[in-house]
Unconditional design. Structure first.
Length: 122
């Protein structure tokens, strides 16, 4: 009984610690936001425009521990904007047919005999 009370008290304490983030509504009255209607014309215009990716801030590359030693993987590589082509067609390299040989049933072999129509196996 005592363990149940502790468990209920623990669960109650944990569930009351949650924080819900409620995003503010975005309006076109804000100077930093431009709402664009998504239709065929806006998609064509977006696809035709040049895209220059932004650089990540320096704090993104910092790691925990501080000090002068570098312990991370280093700077991220520069983004590439080259169009990549799909790989060429793959060649079928099927294994060769194994040679047909006779086989003698021996001790330890497991057989499954099935009939075509009855749906029963022996």
């Amino acid at each position: 009984m005592f363990k149940r009370l502790i468990a209920i008290a623990g669960l109650t304490a944990l569930t009351s610690c949650g924080v819900a983030y409620i995003s503010p509504k975005v309006t076109d009255a804000d100077d930093k936001v431009r709402i664009v209607r998504l239709d065929a014309q806006s998609v064509l215009a977006a696809n035709r425009s040049a895209y220059n990716p932004k650089q990540l801030p320096a704090v993104f590359f910092q790691n925990a521990g501080g000090g002068g030693d570098v312990r991370g993987a280093g700077a991220a590589p520069a983004p590439t904007l080259e169009r990549q082509s799909p790989p060429a067609t793959l060649a079928l390299r099927a294994p060769t047919e194994p040679p047909r040989m006779s086989y003698d049933i021996g001790v330890g072999d497991v057989l499954l005999l099935a009939t075509r129509g009855g749906g029963s196996t022996v």
